[in-house]
Design a protein. Sequence first.
Length: 245
Amino acid sequence: MATHALPNKSAELGRKRQELQYGRKYVWQLPIRLTHWTFAIAIPVLMITGLLIARPQLSPIGEPFRNFWMGRIREIHFIFAYALTFAIVLRAYWFLAGNNYARSGVPMFWKASWWKSVLHQMVEYVHLERGHVHIGHNALAGASYAGFLGMSVFEAVTGFALFGEVNKGGFWDRMTGWVVPLLGGSYQTHFWHHAAAWGIVLFVIFHVYIVIYDAVLYRDGLVDAMFSGFKFYEKGDLDNDKWIS
């Protein structure tokens, strides 16, 4: 009696994986990962303490001289403001000193091909099937990160300008005191400082959505990459190592 060999499913699966040509590549260097997690920790702390400074919600019990609740909140706010400023400076330096992935996605508003890439990425993000993974930042990510860094710089400058108001003639008053009259006074500076903070919150919401989208659909190790530096890719994925040569 003739017998038919059952297909070896494991061998078939292995062959398909080989055809896909999976790979693993070191993308995010240590300074990039360090600044990312500094931003990730500093932003929620700054937002919470900033809201408490703007509208205090807790009143400590006892004599005022024994309590320094709002003083401590303000102290924490500025400690993390220094951390945010450090991350901005390091990220700006590593834009020049790092590998090409550190510069990938930089906005090129003067190029029609850049706008085309942004629109293509926006369309791809509303699809439910896997598109091409970008090894490095794609054009849309680069534009959003540029906006985030711009708002972060604005927050640092206006924040230190407001800090300088309590110490006229001090370091921060001399360095950023010009910001307050430029924006129309202390009240307007506070307003724009708060407005930019909510702009950063909107960026964080969008960023978290894209991270979840990529993790579920692309399976490129996007989250792990911010710990290890390595991303996964398939044959045909787009390598942005040469976005800027």
